[in-house]
Each structure stands twice: as structure tokens, then as C-alpha cells.
Write a protein that binds this ligand. Sequence first.
Ligand code: NAG
Ligand code: NAG
Ligand code: NAG
Ligand code: NAG
Ligand code: NAG
Ligand code: NAG
Length: 794
Amino acid sequence: MAALLFLALLSSLSFQFCSCASPWQTMTTGSHIRAEDHDRIFLLSSDTTFSCGFHQVGANAFTFSIWYTAVKTVVWTANPYSAVNGYYSPVNLYGSRISLNQDGNLVLTDTNGSTVWESKTSSGKPTTVSLLDTGNLVIKDFGNNIVWQSFHSPTDTLLPWQNLKKDTRLVSGYHHLYFDNDNVLRLLYDGPEITSIYWPSPDYNALTNGRNRYNSTRVAFLDDRGNFVSSDGFKIEASDSGPGIKRRITMDYDGNFRLYSLNASTGNWVVTGQAVIQMCYVHGLCGKNGLCDYSEGLKCRCPPEHVMVDPTDWKKGCKTTFTFGSNQPYQDFTFVKQPHADFYGFDLGSNQSISFQACWNICLNSRSCISFTYKGGDGWCYTKDLLYNGQVYPYFSGDNYMKVPNSFNSSASIPKQESLTCRPNGSDIMLGSATMYGLKKDNIKWIYFYVFTAILGSLELLVIVTGWYLFFKKNNMPKSMEDGYRMITNQFRRFSYRELREATGKFKEEIGRGGAGIVYRGVLEDKKIVAIKKLTNVHQGEEEFWAEVTLIGRVNHINLVRMRGFCSEGTHRLLVYEYVENESLDKYLFGERSAESLLSWSQRYKIALGTARGLAYLHHECLEWIVHCDVKPENILLTRDFNAKIADFGLAKLAKRDNTSFNFTHMRGTMGYMAPEWALNMPINAKVDVYSYGVVLLEIVTGTRVSSGVIFNGRQVEFPEFIQEAKQILATESITDLVDARLHGQFDPEQAIAMVTIAVSCLGDRSKRPTMDEIFKALRSYDGEEEDHPAYSY
Ligand SMILES: *[C@@H]1O[C@H](CO)[C@@H](O)[C@H](O)[C@H]1NC(C)=O
Ligand SMILES: *[C@@H]1O[C@H](CO)[C@@H](O)[C@H](O)[C@H]1NC(C)=O
Ligand SMILES: *[C@@H]1O[C@H](CO)[C@@H](O)[C@H](O)[C@H]1NC(C)=O
Ligand SMILES: *[C@@H]1O[C@H](CO)[C@@H](O)[C@H](O)[C@H]1NC(C)=O
Ligand SMILES: *[C@@H]1O[C@H](CO)[C@@H](O)[C@H](O)[C@H]1NC(C)=O
Ligand SMILES: *[C@@H]1O[C@H](CO)[C@@H](O)[C@H](O)[C@H]1NC(C)=O
């Protein structure tokens, strides 16, 4: 009682604006706020957007935090890992409190009086604490100078205009967002046993990832229009970009960082941008020995003979159900295959060109080897003693083998495996790995089904991995996370037909025409210029179409044309795309533009590289592993800086599915670019795109439409013959004969040889064609001189 009186006296002295039962605007020297009064006394920003005070995280556990007042979403916490007790203890009559001491230090104390956190601002001068409208908690000295601010020590969230700088990082669980020593913004998994960087892709250098290593400013921030910009060139633009929306950037517990926008009418946070598109690429997601798998939606699973360490937390991973005895004979063990799986990094060693049996024996006869990955074809053998970052990649040409006791009954647990099907007779085109989703033929709803399993899968995983965290932060986290995942499918919009008709001025300005439909230029209400494609060949049901475009809408890569939305009304089916400045590659190679602005060699190389990168992303990296099926210069659009952006990916799936009017050229692929297997009625896989890419590559080098025959050395040459010629030229290295004469010898012969060599390998027998990933890596290795001039930017 005495304490209460004392407090009442103190507050009425210090705060002329408020009574003690309402929020404060400032806190002055000598005052304090008790955890017990958390729902009555806290600091409020003058526009009331933000509040700061004690935030309840458990029955009797509190943090000192800042939150969005309306939705109680915490954006900063002084003591994220050590909550304080709420109520009196026998030891301390006053409970936990935040006090602004006489010396100017802001101190958080627990019930037993121990200091849990402090601002370390002991100037000995009078000070004030206030919460600004930006959400920044500031301590000001007598002269009104800011001596401390919460914006300088973020926890897991950045608010608009809050800088992430050289010595600050966002942390959530084991995951960190920070500027690395080479000035690149990265995501790092820093677990109990290992540390590894997973974003941007550790397989590529900074430049290839579109980052600039030479700007040492090291600053990243979110502006008030929803652009998250980093000094290394990385950028996320909110899908609802524009002023007046409350937003935040948060490092989420699942290891991804996301841009959230607040829907003011529902009070829900909506994900409007994120860093990692494919969650399996987040290191540590499934813990040690765990495998991330999209087969039935995003899931973590344990390898054979392994169980979860902690059934409530995937981040703890899996452990063996058996032990490796130190004197156990090697012969007691065998291996069980995990198709298309691999564990990233931590190789015990690697050997090339050895047989599968030899690889098996190396691992069997080594006590430290617990698993190996074998890649057929080139015979790569990777032995491993530590398994992290496991993932199943549908297009990975190798398999992983786990060491298990001999008694293991393999027939009981080898997962069934089917091959990708995408049949050329149009009855059931399944691009993206249908097997990943366990789908049956003739199931008209399959696409619909897998979108939802994917989303439910994400939710399920989240619920599992965030188990304790949600328990701990049950007041705000789960809702926004769920909404986040739901939002991934809503990142782009559904438009009404009227809206699009208005945007295009009644479909006035035609800017392109292709198999799938006519493309018009349009201007949306928010003044964004878009390309609107009116599909002519779609006879899909509403739901199927919706599900399909939603998948395509999720794909986001610098070398792919971004889909902004769609319209499906009655018989109308339209797609809305970002507008790409320049025209398609064919116009510059052989069309009207080739005369006025001939593509230089370095531009051509950049386009070849960008196209390879976009296709590699579609085939290997993106969420649904899409096969394009119609790669040709008409579908490669060019930005103002001549970066390639691939258009029309995913559309093959929307094409007409009735067998009666089967028509090669019209439906999938274009004569001249189509791999022979289309005609042979073989199942179609990603290698059809590799073939088409090979043709495009030759066209970029020669500047002629080789797909429809070439005039070569003064005579008309058919395509197969031309490839033979190209092979001979490669053998003699007189590459000049092949390169576009209009360049007058201004080209890099090494790059030209690489391009033609790759093109020829793309056009060969299907099993010998390289993957897009290999092609991209090969081309990139000849692009070394460009380090100082980033070819890519996000
Ligand atoms: C106060 O309690 C915490 C745990 O609640 C403990 O770690 C700390 O040592 C205690 N401090 C004192 C001074 O007793
Ligand atoms: C480095 O990045 C900062 C912040 O994005 C930018 O203002 C500055 O112009 C950049 N400097 C150079 C040399 O590009
Ligand atoms: C907010 O959510 C409601 C209901 O889902 C939706 O109708 C509305 O368009 C949303 N507002 C914004 C600005 O996104
Ligand atoms: C690679 O092969 C050589 C010879 O076959 C063998 O001695 C070596 O241990 C192998 N390395 C690994 C890491 O397996
Ligand atoms: C192995 O599993 C299969 C399928 O479950 C079963 O039919 C077979 O009897 C098992 N073999 C042994 C040796 O346990
Ligand atoms: C499509 O082709 C497959 C394989 O050739 C064949 O089995 C199937 O009957 C064809 N479907 C139709 C509807 O013709």
C-alpha cells in the first residue's frame, strides 16, 4: 500500500499530462514503471501508433518491449532471452521494474533486484525517455540530445527508416541477418554445432547473386513506400508498395526474413515480400540429419532408422535409432538410398570419376563416414561425417545413402519413386514434378490439391518448428505467421475484367502476339505499367486456372518476368505481368531493331547468362520446379540495361488439354526450338528446355535464325547439318566463321567457344545434355572480368 501511494505521488509529480492510470508520454529521471502495472502504465508515442512497456509473455513472465499499439505486435525487446518475473517476491517488495535512475541510466530489474538490462547512459545528468512516432525509444539528455535509442539495437524487427548497420543484426533463434565482412547482406544459421551462410546462395559469388561488394556503407532500411533497400544492391519491393501503410521487416523464427504490411481493416499482418523463396534452402530448418522435402508440401523428415530428437522441435533434428559401436566390424553396416537427396556442405571428402561401388566401399570402410552422396554420370562421390541442411531436390541427379545396420529391412522403407511426366499428347501435361505431390493421372483437381498441401504443409512445419516459440510468444506470433503463409499465394492480385479493360483502354495497344494469346500494354490505377495477356487457348475450370496462376505468381526472380495478377471471369482468362522496357530478343537479333541497335558482344553474353540463370532457377530452385516448354528468343524480354527476363514460363500448363485438336506448334514449343523427344512421344522433362536454350545460344552467337535453316558459307544449310559444321569449327577453333559478322570481330573468342560448345552439348542426346544449372555455372566462369560492373541488380 505504501508502495502504491509512493508511486502515485511520484507519477503525479513527473507527468503533468497523464494521471497514473493512463499511458505516459515521457518518463523523467527518478521514475519507474512496474511490470505489475503493465496494462495501465506504459509509454505511448504522440500519435499513439506505438507503445512501450512491459509485455506479458507468460503467466508471470514479462519483457520490456515496444509494440504496435493497435495490434500488440512487438517490434523491439530489451530482454528477449531473459523475461523478468511479474509479481512481488518475498525478497523484493516492488516487483520487476524499468527505472530511469538519477544518474540517467535506464535499468530493467527483476524481482530479486538483479539488473537484467540497462541502457548504459550514466551521464549523471537529468534525462528523459520518450517514444517517438517512428517507434524509436529515445533517451535524451538535458540539452535534448539523443544519448541512446532503441533503433540502434534492433532485436528481430526493423521499422520504416530504422537502419540495419555495420554492427547491428536481426536475430531470431539461430538465424541472423547481418552485413558480412565483404559488405554483403546475408542470412546465417549459427547453431550449437555448426555455422553456415544460406542466403544469398553460397554456391555463387556476390556478383552472381546480384550483390555489390564494393559499397562499404553497410546500411539497409525500409522506406515509407515499402522498399527495403540495402547498400549491397539487394532490394525488396512490397507487393502493395505505396505510402500510408504500416510495415515492418522481421527476421522470423523459421529463418526467413519477411516484409509485412498491416491490413488496417482486419488488423492482420500480410507478407508482402520475403528473402528466401524456397524454405528448404534455409539452413538448420530441419536440424541435424533432418531432410527438407516438398513432396507433400513443405515438410521436414528423418532419414531411415532415425527419429526426431525432440518431437516438438525440428530444429533439434534427428538421431539414429542405433549406435555405431567403436569396434563393430564394417560389415555390420549397409546403406539405404534416399533418392535425389543431398546434405549441403560438410563433406569428409570428395572424389570424382569413381564407381558407385568404390564410393560405397570408401564410406563403409571409414568409421567417421556416416553417409555418402553419389552423382551418377560424372561419378562424383561425396562422403560425409556430419549431416546438415538436408534437402530433396527433384532434379538432383544424385542420391544420398545413409549408413544403417545390416539388419535394416530395406524393402520396408524405400520410398516409391516415379518419374516426371509431361506428355506431349496434351492429355495430362504435368510440369513441375507431379510425383512430388503424389498425384494420380486423370485427377482433374490435382493442381488445386497440391497448392493447398503446399500451404498446409508450410503451416504444419511452422507449427512444429515454432512450437516452443509460439508457446513463448503466444500473443502475437502465430497469427502473423499464418497470415504470412496464406499471403504468399496472395502476393499478387485478382483483377476484374472491367478493371483490365479500362487499364488497356479497351485492349487498344497490342504489344505482342504468341501461341498463348495477345499481349496488350496497360496502365493500372496505381499508375504501374503492365503487360496484359489475353489467353486464347485456355479451357480450364475456374479453380484449376486459379490454382495454376497462383503457383506462377509465386515465382520471383530477376531473370523471370514477374506476374502481378490475373483475371478469370466467365470465359475471360487474362494474366497481368510486369512491363519490361525493351522488346524481345528476336527483334534485336533478326528483327527490326537489329539494324538501329545491334547487340554488342557483352550484351549478348549477359543475355545468354541471364537466360541460363532464369531457367536454372525454374528447373532447380524455385518452389514448384517448372519446365518452360517454349524457350525461344520471342520469350526472352530485355530490360533497359539489356538484362534478360524470361516470359511465359508456366503457361504450358494452362494450354488446351483436349486431344482432338492436337497441334505441336501451337500448344507447346515452337518448331525449330523443340527437342526431338516431343515428336517421339517420350515423357518430357526439363531437358527439353536445355535443347531449346542450345538453339537460342547459337542464335545469339550467329545473329541468325538457325532454327529455320542458315545461310552458311554461301549456301542454305539445314539445322542438323549446321550443328555438324559447328562441331567441326569447334575442333579447328576458327570460331570467327560462326560469330555474327555484323560485330566485325568485336567479340571475346573464349566466351564464343564456350557458348558454342555448350550449345552443341545442349542439342545432343537427351541423357547427355547438361542441366541448366551446370550451363549457368559454366557460362559464369567465363564472365570473370565483370566483377566491377555488376550485371545484375535486384
Ligand atoms: C535473481 O534471479 C535470477 C533468476 O531468476 C538469477 O539468475 C540471479 O542470479 C538472481 N540475482 C540475485 C542477485 O539473486
Ligand atoms: C552505397 O550505398 C548507399 C546506400 O544505399 C548509397 O547511398 C551510396 O550512393 C552507395 N555508394 C556507392 C558508391 O554506390
Ligand atoms: C484487408 O483485408 C480485407 C479482408 O480480407 C480486404 O477486403 C481488404 O482489401 C484488405 N485491405 C488491404 C488494403 O489490403
Ligand atoms: C578418394 O579416393 C582415393 C583413392 O581411391 C582414396 O584414397 C581417398 O580416401 C578418397 N577420398 C575420399 C574423401 O573418399
Ligand atoms: C521386410 O519388409 C517387407 C515389407 O514390409 C516384409 O514383407 C518382409 O517380410 C520384411 N523382411 C524381413 C526380413 O523382415
Ligand atoms: C497420350 O499418350 C499416351 C502415351 O503415348 C497414351 O498412353 C495415351 O492414351 C494418350 N492419351 C490420349 C488421350 O490419347
